[in-house]
Design a protein around this ligand. Structure first.
Ligand SMILES: NC(=O)c1ccc[n+]([C@@H]2O[C@H](COP(=O)([O-])OP(=O)(O)OC[C@H]3O[C@@H](n4cnc5c(N)ncnc54)[C@H](O)[C@@H]3O)[C@@H](O)[C@H]2O)c1
Ligand SMILES: O=C(O)C(=O)C[C@@H](O)[C@H](O)[C@H](O)COP(=O)(O)O
Ligand SMILES: [Zn+2]
Length: 363
C-alpha cells in the first residue's frame, strides 16, 4: 500500500455518527477542519513523553485563533486513574470549557482512553479527536469509542462508549516510539490477524524482524488492515451487544495479568500471553486445530512478544477473570477460535480445561 493518505470510515450505521480514521503523514492540516468553527477552546491532553508534540500543537492551534488548554498527564497506565481524570476536569472547569469546545487526545492508548473518557464525562459529553502516536492506539484504542480508566479492582472498569469525531494516525509519530512499545502494539495487530484477517499474519511472518520497526516494508498495510478489522466490527456493534466481543480475544487473561502486575506491564504484552492462553484453551476444548494453535506461539515469539506468566498466580488470575466484562453472573466467557478467522464464544469451560490451558502458559 502507498504512503498516501488512507481514509477509513467508521460508524454511520444504526444511528451512530460516522467518522474517519486517516492514516498517512503530515496529517495535522486536517485538525482544524475536525475541530470545526463552533469551538472557541481546545484542550490538548498529552503524556509527559510527548511534551514537545503538545507544545507544537498548542502553538499551532493558538495561531489558528483557538484558546488552548494544554493538559499534560503521566505516561502510560498511570494516566488511566480517577485522580488524573479529576485533574483534567479541573483544567477544563478552570478554563470555562463549554459544550462547543473540543478535546484532542494525543498519545498512546492510555492517553486516548483517558482523553476520550474525559470528553465523555465533561458536561455529559463533548466532541473529541484522537491523534494516536503508538501502533496500538492507531490500530485499536483510538478507534471505536471505548473510553475509560482502570481501578484497583480491574482494568477499564469505569468508562463510556463515546466515539471520536475523527482519528489522525500520523505514521511519522512511530519513529520515536521505543521498540518495546512498538512491539507491544503488534499484539493487537496479530489479534486482528487471528480473528479476521490472516493476511496480516502472512505479512508479519514474511519478515518478523522487520515487522518490529516502523521501517518495516509492511508497516502502513499492517496498520490499515488492522484498523479495517476494528472499523468493520465496531461499525456494526458499537456497544458490544455481540460481535464486538471478538475484539476481546486474549484479553480475559490479559487484563487479569495487567491487574496482577498493578498495570506496570504493557497492555500488548499481557494480551500476547492472553492470546497464547486462548489458543491453548481453544485447542483443549476441541475447537482449534493444532496448526493454528501452534501458529500463535511462533508468530508472537518471532516478533518478541511474551508467551508465559507466573504459574503460581493462577488462583488470583482466575478470581480476576470472574469479573471480566464478558462474564454473566458466575459464567466465565472467553473468545476462542473455531479455526483461523473464526472467533466464537466459549461459555463456562470445564475448570480442568482452564487449568490445563494455563499449564501451557504458566512458568
Ligand atoms: N479503547 C480501546 O478500544 C482500547 C483498545 C486497545 C487498548 N486500549 C488501551 O490502550 C492502552 C495501551 O496503549 P499503548 O500500548 O499505546 O500504551 P501507552 O499509551 O501506555 O503508551 C506507551 C508509552 O509510550 C509513550 N508514547 C506514546 N507515543 C509515543 C511516541 N510516539 N514516542 C515516544 N513515546 C510515546 C507513552 O507516553 C507511554 O509511556 C491500555 O490502557 C489499553 O487498555 C484501549
Ligand atoms: O474495542 C474493543 O471492544 C476491544 O475489546 C479492544 C481491546 O483491544 C481493548 O483492549 C479494549 O479496551 C478492551 O475492552 P474491555 O471492555 O475488555 O475493557
Ligand atoms: Zn486490547
Amino acid at each position: 500500500m502507498s504512503e498516501a493518505v488512507t481514509r477509513i470510515q467508521v460508524g454511520g450505521t444504526a444511528g451512530t455518527d460516522p467518522y474517519e480514521v486517516l492514516v498517512g503523514r503530515q496529517l495535522l492540516g486536517e485538525l482544524g477542519g475536525l475541530i470545526g468553527e463552533k469551538a472557541q477552546r481546545v484542550a490538548i491532553v498529552h503524556p509527559e513523553a510527548l511534551a514537545e508534540t503538545g507544545d507544537a500543537l498548542r502553538a499551532d492551534l493558538a495561531e489558528q485563533g483557538y484558546e488552548v488548554v494544554a493538559v499534560q498527564v503521566p505516561n502510560a497506565e498511570e494516566a488511566k486513574t480517577a485522580e488524573v481524570a479529576a485533574y483534567c476536569w479541573k483544567a477544563l472547569g478552570q478554563s470555562g470549557f463549554t459544550r462547543t469546545d473540543v478535546i484532542v487526545g494525543v498519545g498512546g492508548g492510555a492517553t486516548t482512553d483517558l482523553a476520550g473518557f474525559v470528553a465523555a464525562t465533561w458536561l455529559r459529553g463533548v466532541r473529541w479527536i484522537a491523534i494516536p502516536t503508538t501502533v496500538l492506539a492507531m490500530v485499536d484504542a483510538a478507534v471505536g469509542g471505548k473510553t475509560g480508566i482502570n481501578t484497583a479492582e480491574g482494568k477499564n472498569l469505569v468508562g463510556a462508549f463515546h466515539p471520536p469525531a475523527g482519528v489522525l494516525c500520523d505514521l511519522a509519530a512511530l519513529d520515536s516510539l521505543p521498540v518495546n512499545d512498538y512491539v507491544s502494539g503488534l499484539a493487537e495487530v496479530i489479534k486482528a490477524g487471528f480473528i479476521a484477517d490472516p493476511v496480516i499474519l502472512d505479512l508479519i511472518e514474511s519478515d518478523a524482524e522487520a515487522a518490529r520497526t516502523p521501517a518495516g516494508p509492511h508497516t502502513a498495510e499492517l496498520i490499515e488492515r488492522s484498523i479495517r478489522v476494528k472499523a468493520d466490527v465496531v461499525s456494526s456493534d458499537l456497544k458490544e451487544s455481540g460481535l464486538r466481543e471478538i475484539l476481546n480475544y486474549g484479553h480475559t487473561l490479559g487484563h487479569a495479568i495487567e491487574k496482577n502486575e498493578r498495570y506496570k506491564w504493557r497492555h500488548g504484552a499481557a494480551v500476547s500471553v492472553g492470546m497464547h492462553f486462548a489458543a491453548e484453551l481453544g485447542r483443549l476444548a476441541g475447537r482449534l486445530d493444532d496448526a493454528t494453535a501452534d501458529r500463535h506461539r511462533t508468530i508472537l515469539e518471532a516478533v518478541g512478544l511474551p508467551l508465559h506468566y507466573r504459574h503460581d498466580q493462577w488462583p488470583k488470575l482466575l478470581e480476576t477473570m470472574k469479573v471480566d466484562k464478558k462474564s454473566r453472573g458466575n459464567l466465565l466467557r472467553f473468545i476462542v477460535l473455531d479455526g483461523l478467522a473464526k472467533p466464537t464464544v466459549l461459555e463456562g469451560p470445564d475448570p480442568a480445561v482452564l487449568l490445563a490451558a494455563y499449564g501451557e502458559v504458566g512458568q
